[in-house]
Design a binder for this molecule. Structure first.
Ligand code: PHE
Length: 337
């Protein structure tokens, strides 16, 4: 019995192992109940007494060495399994489901409105949501006793009594005209704030888009043409438009603009209150007093301005009956846009 020969045979057998099953076969061959080790152990009592001690130790050493080698081989096989084959693709594996985000419907509406005016040559400008009382009111010819100046109609900052949350986007008119000379054509999207009680058509925060165009020889008909192109771009070519006389302190003459009801096409229904028309914005020619505040010569320049509520436009366009839906972050609502 040559222990070294057995050692070599074990090495050869293990080197040829490539799978767990192959390893198990080797284990059984040497360590199984009828394996070589069992045979050697069984022969110990028949070895002459003076050699028995040495032989026993050799068999034991052989067994331990075999156990170690099998353990090593096992580690080797496990490592191989966990490194995936570069060329292996499991086409039955479930795919990674992507959950792409989307733009908020109000953002989409702003983009759509801005792109229509961009094509007409207007550029987009933004202004701060915290404004001075001057820009929000005085510069726009809104008199001191106007009801919108009241604390019930405007959020004032407690510590700084001359600062407020802008109640419309019109103060950006004042900012831009003070900074730039005509000609200019801008639109201004942004948030505005009014301390209104919340219901299906009111929020204390909503969005407006302001438009302003100043140049020589700008007439009311330019305003009409511009707004008609806008309304048809948003609501379709069949839409009709009408201008109703109105009053704003910063425009003269002023108008409120209606479109024919998109639900009943002008016949009268519950959405338009049987009138056949829906109000969508306020507009007018810039008041000479506003030009005076910003240092424009009202003999030389004329211009128009308009302002609209973005939520209102989106509600009309998509038939949404509650403004609160826009800000409840309910994915079932938002995913429809
Ligand atoms: N600022 C007005 C509003 O909030 C809208 C408006 C803007 C009217 C520009 C005329 C011209 O109601």
């Amino acid at each position: 019995m040559d222990i070294n020969l057995i050692q070599e045979e074990i090495k050869k057998d293990l080197a040829g192992v490539t799978s767990r099953q192959g390893l198990e076969e080797v284990r059984v061959k040497y360590l199984g109940r009828k394996g070589l080790l069992a045979e050697l152990t069984g022969s110990i009592p028949f070895v002459p007494a003076e050699q028995r001690g040495v032989f026993g130790k050799q068999v034991n050493a052989l067994k331990n060495s075999l156990l170690n080698q099998i353990e090593e081989k096992e580690k080797e096989l496990t490592a191989k399994i966990s490194v995936p084959d570069k060329n292996f693709q499991d086409i039955g594996m479930p795919g990674i489901v992507r959950m792409p985000g989307a733009l908020h419907p109000i953002t989409q509406m702003i983009d759509e409105i801005c792109s229509i005016f961009n094509r007409m040559g207007f550029s987009v400008v933004e202004g701060p949501e915290v404004e001075t009382e001057y820009n929000n009111f005085t510069g726009l010819n809104i008199p001191l006793d106007h009801p919108s100046r009241d604390a019930f109609d405007t959020f004032y900052l407690k510590k700084y009594s001359k600062l407020l949350l802008r109640s419309h986007t019109s103060p950006v008119q004042v900012r831009v005209m003070k900074a730039q000379k005509p000609p200019l054509a801008i639109i201004v999207p942004g948030r505005v704030y009014r301390p209104d009680a919340v219901d299906a058509s009111h929020l204390f925060m909503f969005h407006q888009i302001e438009g302003l165009l100043v140049d020589t020889n700008i007439r009311f008909s330019d305003l009409k043409g511009t707004l008609e192109l806008f309304a048809k771009g948003i609501f379709g070519q069949d839409i009709k438009m009408r201008f109703r006389p109105h009053f704003f302190p910063f425009t003269e003459p002023s108008a409120e603009v209606d479109i024919s009801c998109i639900i009943c096409k002008g016949k009268g229904c519950s959405v338009c209150g049987k009138k056949g028309w829906l109000e969508i914005l306020g507009a007018g020619m810039i008041h000479p007093n506003v030009f005076k505040h910003v240092g424009y010569d009202s003999k030389k320049y004329t211009g128009f301005a308009f302002g609209m509520g973005i939520e209102r436009i989106a509600m009309l366009k998509y038939g949404i009956n509650d403004i609160r839906l826009f800000f409840e972050n309910d994915l079932r609502f938002l995913k429809q846009f």
